[in-house]
Design a protein around this ligand. Sequence first.
Ligand SMILES: C[S@@+](CC[C@H](N)C(=O)[O-])C[C@H]1O[C@@H](n2cnc3c(N)ncnc32)[C@H](O)[C@@H]1O
Length: 306
Amino acid sequence: MGCEVRREYHQPVMVSEVLEFILEARRNIVVDCTVGDGGHSLEILRNSPNTFVFGIDVDDEAVSTSQKRIDRESMGRFKAVKWDYRELNRFCSRFGIARISAVLFDLGVSSRQLDQKERGFSYQVDAPLDMRMDPRLHKTAADILAEASEDELEGIIREYGEERFSRRIAREIVERRKVEPITTTGQLVEVIDSAMPKGARKDPIHPARRTFQALRIATNDELSRLGDSLAVAFSLLEPGGVLIVITYHSLEDRIVKNTFKELEANLSATIRTKKVLRATKSEVEVNPRSRSAKLRVIQNGEKGES
Ligand SMILES: C[S@@+](CC[C@H](N)C(=O)[O-])C[C@H]1O[C@@H](n2cnc3c(N)ncnc32)[C@H](O)[C@@H]1O
C-alpha cells in the first residue's frame, strides 16, 4: 500500500525518466515551464553541471520558493520567473534565448498549492473557493459556480472531471445558489454529497474529487492553447533538443499525443515515447500522485541527431 508523507516541498514525479532524456540532449539551456517547488529543476542542475535552467510559473509562491530552494545549492545557474508558458516565445525574446536544449512541462497542480488551505484547491479542508494558480486571473472557482449556466457547469464537470453524475451535480449547484451563494469548499462538498446517489458514495474515490479537479481546470483554463504552447516550445528546440511533457488527466494526454503526432508528420521530429511512459510500481508506492502520470517526449530532428 502506498503511504503519503507530508513533505516540505512538492515531490516531483518520474524524475529519473525526465533526466534520462535531458542528459541525452546538449544541455545548454533548459526551460522548466511549470517549475512549482523546483523539484525537477533541482535534479537537472545537480546532474548536469553546465546547464542553465529557467523555471517558469504563474504562481508567485512557486517562483519565490523554487528560487530560494535552489539558491541554497546553486550554482548561479537557475532563474525563476513569473511567466505564463503560453507566452514562451515572448519569454525567450525577453531573456535573449535563441534555442533551448530541453523544455519540460509537468502539468496540473502542485501539492504545495493543494496544501495551502486558503487557496481553495482541496476538498479536504474548508476554505474560500478560489483555485486560481495565477492571482491575476479575474474569476475564481466561486465566480464560475455563481455565473455559469447549468449546461455549462454540466459540461465542465463531465469533460474536465470525467464525472458520470455531472448533470445531477450541476443541477444541485444551480438549486443551491438560488438559496445562497456557494463560496467555500465546504459548501461545494456538501452540494456534491447531496447530489450523489446513495450507492455512489461507497466509491473509494472521494465524491468531490472529480468535480474539484474539473473546477480547477476551468478556473485556470488549463487546457486552452496547450497544443499551441507545445508546438511553440518544440519550435524553440535546438537540433536534438527534447520536449518532455508529464500529464495527469486523459484530456491533457490526448492533446499531447495528437500534437506530437502532428509535429512528427509535418516537421523533422521524432516521438521518443512510442508507448507512453508510466511511473514504476515502486514510485507509485512512495508517491501515489505518480499513479496517473503519463510522460511523453518528442525530439527535434532524427533520434541521435544533435
Ligand atoms: C505539478 S506542478 C509542477 C511541480 C514541479 N515539477 C516540481 O517539481 O515542484 C505544476 C505547476 O504548473 C504551474 N502552472 C500551471 N499553469 C501554468 C502556466 N500557464 N504557466 C506557467 N506555470 C503554470 C502551477 O502553478 C504549478 O506550480
